[in-house]
Write a protein that binds this ligand. Structure first.
Ligand code: TEU
Ligand code: CA
Length: 621
């Protein structure tokens, strides 16, 4: 047992603990600094109390006490042995994320629906997908596009009926594809029967006099994280004002959640993606957050819920009461969690989650989603090396770029779209040859990019609209819109482009959000042998038929060589060599190119130098 952490502890000792490592790493990342800071002996030998004295003007004492509690709360250290990887279907699968509202509208009301998804199952099958992740389709007032659930047991009328769902599930299974659904159990809609009726005890309802909320926590969608009701009662909502946080310390609530999960698993659903699942355990009595941390992380109070005191306990209980009964898959969405915490959440022997989505790759250090900057792929290289060299074989990574909450990676790296096709294919090469489970987000396979929205009138996302309203007074409408345009989630919610008919063939009606005016669409790309779509089909086929690309060891080469990303994948007598140019300039190879068989490339011919964003996959044995 290591000595408990105190204000006397040194930064370098903190960094050796899983929680300390991730928190310090995250703070450095947000400040745009690297781990080298810790390796500096002056910094490494700094004691917390010295740091707290130096920083007392900006960091309150509460932060250091919270940090020490977080560190001392986590007694476990992840196992790092070199055990064999346990093979599972979800480690071999290619996942495809569907945002139903924007996928395919069959009844012409301008909103995607289940029958629309059913009509596109052969397209999904032909892509080579093994599993679908379906974003929420439950009954909802759509304050946050379905992440505000009103009835967990009902399909939203907007999407269809339970019969439509049963038909979708059986047709997905008949094609040998699995289906995971979105589980949103950190909060419900304020229109849920539990909130409206007699289960206010399932939520955080606190007394507070006057106009001062129970604490200083802020919401992800702007303003205080508290709604004020009459008689001095307040309700906690980390997200929209209509998304009320559930109190997981209430055992009866947990039982109701498990009952619901088993209802869906009993229908044959193969697992779940768990929405902000690391937020479900909050620090007792919900103390104030540190203002400095709030400014740094963007949300005040996060240190009191992103890795709460009973998180592991609740995840173990949930798995035992539900997932394990059906051998179902679970992937947690865990904002703010780093590599060491991810190991404690997903190591197979821990029996909590199977996998997590970690978001530290989505923005380069010191940048946030709404910053207008060019994403340097050298950071993606650094991130993947950092994780893949340290994650071990008890855990398995998810590999993704796009999802429904973020702008398109293609546009982040190359906003001019000058290199769109070759870059889209390079990103595919990296995603499908690295070691981990690839998650494709709808449209990524077509080379979907951000939409050049013309005004706020075109936007639908509550996060963007709230942020715009909060900014326009201080920086003016033009600058506020420009900032929103950099990071709005609506970039990834523009409807799919199926053909060159009106609205890209997404809907015969008026889409709930304007369709692209862009040229790319699935039908044209089907017919073009060199299209991004056909490249995705090729690389997915290559991966699915290669043990080395699924389970093989990964070894990174020339790690310090800027703009060059080179690695091998090897298992038994199968090996690949992958070389990528992460830049828009030509790049000389620091090695002889004497490989035998180039099996895939985003350039037609061969060349002595690596051309802009060139990616090549060679089979070496
Ligand atoms: O997102 C939670 C999360 O990761 C936030 O930090 C996210 O970045 C948020 O969208 C602000 O940008 C999940 C869902 O993916 C998201 O669509 C929901 O809005 C949110 O939870 C609340 O359910
Ligand atoms: Ca519809």
């Amino acid at each position: 047992m290591t000595e408990p952490f105190t204000l006397n502890s040194k930064i370098k000792d903190l960094y050796k603990s899983p929680i300390g490592h991730d928190i310090v790493y995250k703070i450095l990342l947000q400040m745009g600094m690297g781990e080298w800071v810790i390796q500096n002996p002056i910094v490494g030998n700094l004691r917390l109390k010295t740091l707290s004295t130096f920083t007392k003007k900006s960091i309150g004492p509460g932060f250091f006490n919270t940090l020490i509690n977080l560190l001392n709360n986590e007694k476990d250290v992840p196992l790092n042995d070199d055990s064999e990887i346990v093979r599972k279907w979800w480690k071999e699968a290619v996942f495809y994320q569907i945002y139903p509202k924007s996928f395919m509208d069959l009844n012409g009301d301008g909103i995607g629906d289940l029958r629309g998804i059913i009509s596109k199952l052969d397209y999904i099958k032909d892509l080579g997908v093994d599993a679908i992740w379906l974003c929420p389709i439950y009954d909802s007032p759509f304050d946050d596009n379905g992440y505000d659930i009103r009835d967990y047991y009902k399909i939203s009328d907007v999407f269809g009926t339970m019969d439509d769902f049963d038909e979708l599930l059986s047709k997905v299974h008949r094609r040998g594809i699995k289906l995971i659904m979105d589980l949103v159990v950190n909060h419900t809609s304020d229109e849920h029967q539990w909130f409206k009726g007699d289960h206010k005890d399932f939520y955080f309802i606190k007394e507070s006099k006057g106009n001062n909320p129970p604490n200083n926590w802020t919401s992800y969608f702007g303003g205080s994280a508290w709604n004020k009701y009459d008689d001095d009662k307040w309700g906690l909502h980390l997200f929209s004002k209509k998304q009320m946080d559930l109190n997981w310390d209430n055992a009866e609530l947990r039982r109701e959640v498990y009952k619901m999960i088993n209802f869906w698993l009993g229908k044959g659903v193969d697992g779940f993606r768990l929405d902000v699942i690391n937020y479900i355990s909050k620090t007792k009595d919900l103390p104030d957050g540190d203002e400095f941390v709030g400014k740094l992380m963007g949300f005040c109070g996060i240190e009191h819920y992103f890795y709460g005191p009973k998180l592991h306990e609740y995840l173990k209980e949930m798995r035992k009461e539900t997932f394990d009964k059906y051998d179902a898959f679970s992937v947690g969405e865990t904002p703010g969690v780093g590599i060491e915490m991810s190991k404690l959440l997903t190591s197979d022997y821990r029996k909590e989650l199977d996998m997590v989505f970690s978001f530290d790759l989505l923005e380069t250090p010191g940048h946030g989603k709404f910053d207008d900057y060019i994403y340097d792929l050298n950071y993606l290289k650094h991130y993947m090396i950092e994780w893949m060299e340290n994650y071990g074989n008890h855990c398995f990574m998810s590999i993704f770029y796009d999802n429904h909450d973020n702008p398109r990676m293609l546009s982040k790296v190359d906003p001019s779209l000058e290199h769109r096709a070759v870059l889209a294919k390079l990103l595919a090469i990296i995603q499908f040859t690295l070691k981990g489970t690839p998650f494709l987000y709808q449209g990524q396979e077509l080379g979907a990019v951000n939409k050049p929205f013309k005004s706020m009138d075109e936007l639908r996302d509550i996060e963007s609209i709230n942020l715009y309203e909060s900014l326009k007074g201080s920086i003016g409408e033009k600058e506020a819109f420009k900032k929103i345009l950099s990071g709005t989630r609506d970039h990834s919610r523009v409807p799919m482009q199926w053909n060159n008919e009106k609205n890209g063939g997404f809907s015969k009606g008026t889409p709930w959000i304007n369709a692209y005016l862009d040229s790319f669409n699935a039908l044209d790309e089907e017919k073009d042998i060199d299209s991004i779509l056909n490249f995705y089909r090729e690389i997915i086929y290559l991966r699915k038929n290669s043990e080395a690309l699924k389970y093989g060891d990964i070894e990174f080469r020339y790690k310090k060589h800027k703009n060059l990303f080179v690695y091998t994948r090897k298992i038994n007598d199968e090996a690949y060599f992958i070389e990528c140019n992460l830049s828009r300039m030509n790049l000389k190879r620091p090695y002889k190119k004497d490989f035998k068989e180039r099996v895939l490339s985003n350039y037609k011919d061969d060349s002595e130098v690596l051309r802009p964003f060139e990616g090549n996959v060679y089979k070496v044995i």
